[in-house]
Design a protein around this ligand. Structure first.
Ligand SMILES: CC(C)(COP(=O)(O)OP(=O)(O)OC[C@H]1O[C@@H](n2cnc3c(N)ncnc32)[C@H](O)[C@@H]1OP(=O)(O)O)[C@@H](O)C(=O)NCCC(=O)NCCS
Length: 279
């Protein structure tokens, strides 16, 4: 039963390769539309959803603003108002949209459970939560703090992901599973970082001002790791699941345990991309 479902669900390999070619040639949006049309043909019961979220739209940013606004609305702030804010941010700062595209490609490349570009867009809350954060971050820098906090709070309620709007997050980020991720106000997450569910980038509670971790490029952080204080996780480092990190971690080392200690060296320069989680 299970294998027959998988067979019917999967695109033919040749079609999957063609779609990847289209995405890599610069048209992620066309690649996603092609996938989603195939999904709608295959699963008519979901066709309305696929049309509303992707096929009815002319561009990636139109579709993204629609999808996120439909998730975030409430009786006090309508989805139409939220969508306008998102479009305002995308128009003013196209880098917000470029980052979303890079995130999708990163997830498609890294997550062994994901063989399409539309899956993170439609179904992965880590991707969606991060895209709302990107808009909240833009609002924060335009001194629209109430609205930024509103988006942060809705993301927390809906996705169980809590990212302060001021936190600086690069692109090519994968928040895998994402439940329980907490990222504090002065945290920095550079490009090409992957983190699993339950990760905390928090303060010690004893400091004020710049008090949160700085996670450098290519880092992989295992599930439920707590990284506490204004410390640095060096480029290409790996942090084991459940670790408590309270000191700087050198580049290209693996740390694990409570408190975290060096237990090895990653087998590659960029563990976040390889998602090397070997236990
Ligand atoms: C740290 C990790 C990346 C492995 O790195 P590694 O360099 O291959 O490390 P090894 O497996 O060789 O282990 C080295 C030592 O660290 C210990 N260790 C590994 N991971 C640990 C962890 N999370 N906590 C405590 N100790 C750990 C091992 O027991 C071993 O100890 P020993 O030398 O006394 O036998 C991996 O253990 C991990 O935690 N991955 C994250 C997985 C995850 O988040 N999964 C969620 C999927 S949904």
């Amino acid at each position: 039963m299970h294998s027959s479902i998988n067979k019917r669900y999967a695109l033919e390999l040749a079609e999957e390769n063609k779609i990847a070619e289209i995405a890599e040639a610069g048209s992620l949006w066309q690649a996603m539309r092609r996938e989603v049309q195939a999904r709608a043909d295959f699963e008519p019961i979901m066709a309305t959803f696929f049309h509303a979220t992707v096929l009815n739209h002319d561009s990636f940013e139109d579709a993204l603003s629609y999808l996120l606004a439909s998730k975030l609305d409430s009786s006090v702030v309508s989805s139409m108002a939220i969508r306008e804010i998102m479009q305002e941010a995308y128009n003013a700062e196209p880098a917000v949209i470029r980052a979303a595209e890079i995130d999708i490609k990163a997830i498609r490349a890294r997550d062994p459970a994901c063989n399409s570009y539309s899956t993170p867009f439609l179904f992965y809350k880590g991707f969606q939560a991060l895209q709302v954060h990107r808009v909240a971050h833009w609002l924060w820098h335009h001194d629209r703090h109430s609205l930024a906090f509103y988006l942060q709070s809705q993301v927390n309620v809906i996705y169980n992901v809590d990212i302060h709007p001021a936190a600086q997050i690069g692109c090519g980020i994968m928040l895998d599973h994402a439940t329980g991720v907490v990222i504090g106000e002065t945290a920095v997450v550079e490009d090409d970082v992957s983190m699993l569910h339950g990760v905390t980038l928090g303060g010690t509670g004893k400091e004020s001002g710049d008090r949160h971790p700085k996670v450098r490029q290519g880092v992989l952080i295992g599930a439920n790791a707590s990284i506490i204080g204004n410390l640095e996780i060096g480029t290409g480092a790996k942090v084991g699941a459940g670790s408590v990190v309270m000191k700087d971690v050198d580049p290209h080392v693996t740390v694990a345990g409570v408190p975290a200690k060096v237990v090895g060296t990653p087998n590659c320069d960029c563990p976040a991309k390889d998602m090397e989680q070997d236990l």
